[in-house]
Design a protein around this ligand. Structure first.
Ligand code: 4AD
Ligand code: MG
Length: 464
């Protein structure tokens, strides 16, 4: 490539000073003065814009008028010099600029600031704002750090299927996968015929979690993780729920609940440390624009122990807190976001694993505790977000698993292979799922999941 990255110009400014470079990018803002003009250029390699200084006695007027427009893609050649501004850094004294892609005046991002709500209406352009520029880089670094954490510890990365015939969470929130048309449906006398006519000749859907197949892999490979998109047709229109989100899901053979809790805590701290070390510029931006004290929060979390609280104690603490809640607090009921946040933000003041939930409100695959009432499951709750991890030891006993599935009215035929894992060399094993976007909410302070994905998918919203 003949172009120097803008990140390089800033990083190697001392060495590059006085040398000629050619850069290319999109104009963020342009200023036209009497003798001089300026373009702030961004090429996506850094949050920082490179100032292109244009001497009007050097640069032809027609090149200037085409290039000095927000959104235009341009190329600039010139000498790297120390910036004369207070912010310091480097800029380019341009000897030549040329237009690569014009940008007419109807470009929607003319203003310096746009609301996140407005930006959601232009997903193909919002990536050109500082917020999305920073978010995508943190998302990339965070994802890579998650891979690194597991790779460094001997986990095998497995790719679990996206199309499945099972419902891991049993919540009936599956997106159906079908090749049947409306006309096919009308031609069928009943559902059995409709399904028989379909591509797989059985009900199929997009996976809600890679866990069930992850367990299969762990029963041979010992320690595995999956990292991919998962899908939920949840109608909950909240800032925390997306119909398509990414999950990282480790599954560990021979691990019990306390073992997997230790892994989850270590992993969270590891990736927070990575973001602190590798995304300084982005964190400074998020701290300023979204969450004051963000860096100090992350430093503190990376360096302190998480709490562990029994569900039964959590219910008691919430009842005794004197807080008014919209939803009831009662043993046997699920914790709502308001309860989760009260626990982690007010009552405990740091990330907390709530353990041993009532079995009736949790999934069929969780290990049943000896008390007959609870399961060896935990959610990790963090201030500002609520649940970011769902985790459990898995039921490794064939008969207990069948009983739990039968109680829930599940079709055992759909889970034959999964059940057989409990027949052939069954071992205790545990795993969890971390929602990548929930983790991003936590490390960036951005409050709505719709702004942490390149494209967000929520009920009634499928922007292209
Ligand atoms: O708690 P969940 O439903 O757990 C599972 O899917 C398990 N099978 C995971 C496992 O043990 N392997 O989901 C796990 C995490 C949640 O804690 C949350 O962070 C995220 O996935 N999540 C969502 N994120 C965004 N939008 C949604 N609709 C989400 N539903 C769950
Ligand atoms: Mg959960």
């Amino acid at each position: 490539m003949k172009y120097t990255d803008i990140s390089e110009v800033f990083a190697k400014g001392v060495a590059l000073a006085g040398r000629e470079v050619t850069v290319a990018g999109w104009v963020r803002t342009a200023r036209d003065g009497k003798n001089m003009a300026f373009a702030a250029l961004n090429d996506g390699t850094t949050l920082r814009h490179l100032q292109i200084v244009l001497d009007k006695s050097v640069i032809p007027a027609d090149a200037l008028s085409a290039c000095l427009r927000s959104g235009a893609a341009i190329e600039a050649r010139g000498v790297v010099v120390e910036a004369k501004t207070d912010a310091g850094g480097y800029e380019i004294d341009a000897s030549e600029i040329s237009l690569i892609g014009e940008c007419p005046a109807d470009y929607p991002l003319q203003k310096k600031y746009h609301t996140l709500e407005f930006l959601r209406t232009v997903p193909h352009l919002r990536v050109r704002t500082n917020t999305f520029n920073a978010m995508l880089r943190v998302r990339s670094k965070l994802s890579f750090a998650l891979h690194r954490y597991f790779q460094e510890r001997g986990y095998t990365y497995v790719h679990t299927p996206i199309i499945t015939g099972s419902d891991c969470e049993g919540a009936g929130e599956i997106f159906r996968v079908t090749t049947n048309s409306y006309a096919d449906a009308k031609a069928c006398a009943n559902e059995a015929e409709y399904i028989a006519r379909d591509f797989f000749c059985r009900k199929a859907g997009l996976t809600v979690s890679g866990q069930l197949e992850g367990e299969v892999a762990a029963m041979a490979m010992g320690r595995i993780y999956t990292f991919g998109p998962t899908f939920r047709a949840e109608r909950s229109n909240t800032p925390r729920h997306a119909a398509e989100f990414w999950q990282i899901e480790p599954e560990v053979a021979f691990a019990k609940l306390p073992d997997i809790i230790a892994i989850a805590e270590e992993m969270i701290k590891y990736v927070i440390r990575a973001v602190l070390d590798e995304c300084g510029e982005e964190l400074a931006f998020f701290e300023k624009a979204f969450e004051p004290g963000l860096r100090a929060k992350l430093e503190s979390v990376a360096g302190s122990d998480f709490a562990v609280v029994d569900y039964t104690d959590a219910i008691r603490m919430l009842k005794e807190s004197g807080e008014q809640f919209a939803f009831p607090v009662e043993w046997g009921l699920d914790l709502q976001t308001e309860h989760e946040r009260c626990l982690t933000e007010k009552l405990i003041g740091k990330p907390v694993f709530v353990i041993n939930y009532p079995k009736k409100i949790k999934s069929f695959y969780m290990k049943q505790n000896d008390d007959g009432k609870t399961v060896a499951a935990t959610d990790l709750l963090v201030p500002g977000v609520g649940e970011i991890i769902g985790c459990s030891e898995r039921e490794a006993d064939y008969d207990k698993l069948v009983a739990a599935m039968t109680e829930r009215g599940m079709n055992l035929d759909d889970y034959k292979g999964y059940m057989e894992l409990r027949k052939y060399g069954s071992v205790p094993h545990s795993g969890f799922g971390l929602g990548l976007e929930r983790m991003l909410m936590y490390v960036t302070g951005v409050g709505n999941i719709r702004d942490l994905q390149l494209y967000s998918r929520t009920p009634g919203d499928l922007m292209a």
